[in-house]
Ligand binder design. Structure first.
Ligand SMILES: Cc1cc2nc3c(=O)[nH]c(=O)nc-3n(C[C@H](O)[C@H](O)[C@H](O)COP(=O)(O)OP(=O)(O)OC[C@H]3O[C@@H](n4cnc5c(N)ncnc54)[C@H](O)[C@@H]3O)c2cc1C
Length: 371
């Protein structure tokens, strides 16, 4: 049995930001992350699809500091360099298979989408550097939480197969609420209204996938194309230039086919069809990628549930509490989807983490702390 004052469940952006805020406030905490890496939906990989320091974003790639200041301020505070998403050149629209794709002059993007040098995982590395390594446990899957007289008992299934029980005075659940409802058992159970709110909150982008084709050079730029394209033919519905700040060239697309069709087609066939589409849209040079990389978030059990197979919009903001009365002194939610502003985005994760830590510190001050 181990213990800490605060337990954070989830090491995505929200959990890491919460950990950094607790660390700065001098609060004893531990962060449990189910995967064997930090970052959650933030995942930057190399040509082999492995996490790396300078690569391609299989999860989020853009942020908009002008309209989402919370993420802009965090990036600035961490001193992370950013660059603009390439938008120089024409955009292409593929309307139907019997007429060729058509080029259009692009309008200036507003607001400008920014990317981090090295990839979005630069944010994860910068936050993780602030944390004592012994306070972060990877391969630690929280499967249950139970209220005790003094706090919360968490059941943790570890990658090495050894189960652990951890007690904490307060818990910050920094994961999508729908995933929390589907995969973590609560004793006592959350009341029906809270449980329904969790499962009714779609996990942003969980039904989606990303396909990358890597090239020697960003040849489309020389042809006056920005790399941005839309298609009603498929398999990609939306495409963009994914070339890194260090010059590694790539195009990426969001497949417009549903998760069942993606599974039926298989990754190899989808990649072949994706490359054929890139040839139609960006020219013959697209036919010889040096590598392709594919990530289907809908089949990742630490992001998506069965309910996330159907794409849905952003959550409707509501005043109803996220947590049942019995749990309110001990549990606070911090996944991006629970943010009062910019829910679902990177910015939302930063806001939700700040709000959760504020709540933890307030309860501590009012006697809800250790004891
Ligand atoms: C393909 C894609 C593209 C996106 N594009 C953008 C974009 O361009 N801009 C933008 O702002 N946002 C974008 N997003 C959304 C953005 O990624 C999220 O808003 C943000 O990363 C959410 O962070 P989080 O910490 O709230 O959740 P997550 O990143 O989901 O982190 C939750 C963490 O909890 C862990 N976990 C889950 N269950 C347990 C458990 N039981 N025990 C322990 N750990 C657990 C998970 O492994 C994960 O690490 C995109 C997302 C995807 C998937």
């Amino acid at each position: 049995m181990t213990e800490s004052e605060v337990a954070i469940v989830g090491g995505g952006l929200a959990g890491l930001q919460a950990a950094c805020l607790l660390q700065a406030a001098g609060v004893d905490f531990i962060l449990f992350e189910a995967r064997n890496r930090l970052g959650g939906r933030i995942l930057t990989v190399d040509a082999a699809g492995l996490p790396c320091d300078d690569g391609f974003d299989l999860g989020p790639s853009w942020f908009w500091p002008r309209v989402q200041p919370a993420i802009g301020e965090l990036v600035a505070e961490l001193g992370l360099p950013a660059f603009a998403q390439n938008s120089v050149g024409d955009v292409v629209f593929e309307r139907m298979s019997r007429e060729g794709p058509r080029r259009y002059r692009a309008v200036d993007p507003e607001p400008q989408s920014l990317r981090l040098v090295g990839g979005t995982a630069a944010l994860v590395r910068a936050l993780a550097r602030e944390l004592p390594p012994e306070c972060v446990q990877l391969g630690a899957h929280v499967t249950a939480m139970a209220l005790t007289g003094k706090g919360v008992e968490l059941a943790v299934a570890r990658a090495d197969g050894l189960p652990e029980t951890h007690t904490a005075t307060q818990v910050i659940a920094a994961l999508p609420p729908r995933l929390l409802e589907a995969t973590v058992a609560f004793t006592p159970a959350q009341e029906a209204a809270a449980a329904r709110r969790w499962s009714d909150t779609p996990t942003w982008m969980a039904p989606h996938a990303k396909f990358f084709a890597l090239y020697e050079r960003p040849f489309w730029r020389a042809a006056g194309l920005s790399g941005t394209a839309q298609s009603m033919v498929g398999p990609m519905a939306e495409m963009h230039d994914a070339t890194t700040a260090s010059g590694h060239a790539a195009l990426f697309g969001f497949p417009g086919v549903a998760v069942e069709q993606r599974a039926a087609l298989g990754e190899a066939a989808l990649a072949r069809a994706g490359v054929e589409q890139f040839v139609r849209i960006f020219g013959a040079a697209a036919g010889a990628p040096v590598a392709t990389v594919f990530k289907d978030w809908a089949t990742d059990p630490f992001t998506a549930t069965a309910m996330d197979r159907i794409p849905a919009g952003h959550p409707v903001p509501g005043a109803a509490p996220w947590v049942s009365e019995a749990w309110r002194q001990r549990l606070v939610l911090a996944g991006s989807e629970t943010s009062p502003s910019e829910p679902d985005f990177l910015a939302g994760a930063v806001v939700a983490a700040g709000r959760a830590v504020g709540g933890v510190l307030a309860k501590r001050g009012s006697g809800g702390g250790r004891g």
